[in-house]
Write a protein that binds this ligand. Structure first.
Ligand code: NI
Length: 403
């Protein structure tokens, strides 16, 4: 095993320059969610040039590659997302986005390049592998309902069924050269809602002849905030954010319609289940008391990403073995952000880890979704080593990861 580890380190170092080139190519040609035509063609071409069998157009522009090891064994899936965001790149580097108002500001170019690098390393070591590696290149992570769902619907987790799935996300708050992980909850569930409040319009000077939808909305908004502060157990985090409000036509006309939209985040399944019921109770009670009417719609988005404890400790051990003990950070808190990797994690033991990409000394300090976002590319071989070595460890040593 030690020789195989050295071999993986050696091949990764040798390929590091090429993998950085993949990243820069992807970074300068970003494509929005659901439009990853060129990106997926590029991914498929790189995989095929490594002699890897490829399936195209899985759940949209998804690409699936299979590496068969020489020995018998289970299947490990590795997933990268490929889409970019609608944002103007403000960097001055020669690999800055060439596409107007489209940018890889969430690092999905890095995820794709790292997985392509991992595929090259594993295909060069396949005579030592016991089992199969399934490479999942997913479109449309940023746009609900997300590409994970459509790839799963088109059978990405079948034939062969993976016993574990691993993915990473770039993380500028951790220094390049490190990774971070924790068992259990990694991200929040994220759901959306809209409320339409109906009153009765009339003259602003004769309120008794009207039902004021603006006043109803004011009460609904403040009372919805009582749910998190007074009805949910304070040790279980939840967020209700009303992001938009619109209604009314003139200063002297009582509005008969106000619409609110917002997002709801939580970490706990029972809280997630309860929130829409509590929200509707508030909306129903207030509109009834004020003689108004309402429509409430609530759309489920991504569930929380929950890391399998056994797989997570195996990944963190593998990280320590291949990077050094001080390069693996045990993180304590999840983020309230959402991630559609959660849909795989609901079906297969999963581990989602953070790849440190920050480097304040080089001025690499900007957060995700920022116009100046960039990474320290020294993080790229780190991601490759961890993915490749963890895959080998799962396939060759522990066999199946039981939930
Ligand atoms: Ni992202």
């Amino acid at each position: 095993m030690d020789r195989l580890k050295q071999r993986i380190i050696g091949i990764t170092e040798e390929l590091a320059g090429i993998v950085v080139k993949y990243r820069r190519e992807l970074h300068s040609h970003p494509e929005l969610s659901g439009m990853e035509k060129e990106t997926s063609a590029y991914v498929a071409a790189v995989l095929e040039s490594n002699g890897i069998e490829v399936r195209r157009n899985v759940g949209g522009y998804g690409v699936v590659g299979l590496i068969e090891g020489k020995g018998e064994g289970g299947t490990v899936a590795l997933r990268a997302d490929m889409d970019a965001l609608p944002l103007q790149d403000a960097k001055k580097s020669d690999y800055a986005s060439k596409v107007h108002k489209v940018m890889h500001s969430c690092g999905h170019d890095v995820h794709t390049a790292v997985l392509l690098g991992t595929a090259s390393v594993l295909s060069r070591t396949k005579e030592y592998l016991h089992g199969t590696v399934k490479l999942i290149f997913q479109p449309s992570e940023e746009r609900p309902p997300g590409g994970a769902k459509s790839m799963i619907e088109e059978g990405v987790l079948e034939m062969p069924v993976p016993s574990a799935i691993v993915a990473l996300h770039v993380f500028p708050d951790l220094p390049a050269g490190t990774i971070g992980c924790k068992p259990g909850m990694m991200t929040a569930s994220s759901d959306r809602f809209s409320v339409v409040l109906y009153g009765r319009s009339g003259h602003g000077a004769k309120p008794h002849q009207t039902i004021d939808a603006v006043l109803v909305a004011a009460k609904v908004i403040t009372t919805l905030q009582h749910i998190v502060s007074r009805r949910i157990d304070p040790i279980r985090p939840a967020v209700i954010t009303i992001g938009t409000i619109s209604g009314g036509t003139a200063e002297n006309i009582v509005a008969d319609r106000v619409e609110l939209t917002g997002t709801v985040r939580s970490l706990d399944t029972s809280v997630r289940e309860e929130l829409p019921r509590l929200m509707e109770q508030v909306i129903k009670g207030i509109t009834l008391a004020m003689g108004a009417e309402y429509e409430f719609s609530f759309a489920r988005g991504n569930p929380s990403v929950v890391n399998d404890p056994k797989l997570t400790s195996l990944l963190m051990e593998s990280g320590k073995e291949i990077l050094g003990r001080d390069r693996v950070v045990e993180i304590t808190e999840p983020t309230m952000g959402g991630e559609d990797f959660a849909f795989y994690a609901e079906r297969v033991p999963a581990c989602f880890f953070r790849l440190g990409t920050g480097n304040p000394e080089k001025g690499i300090i900007y957060p995700l979704h920022h116009r100046h976002f960039d990474i320290d590319e020294g993080a790229i071989p780190v991601g490759v080593k961890v993915l490749a070595w963890t895959t080998v460890r799962i396939l060759n040593m522990s066999g199946r990861v039981e939930r």
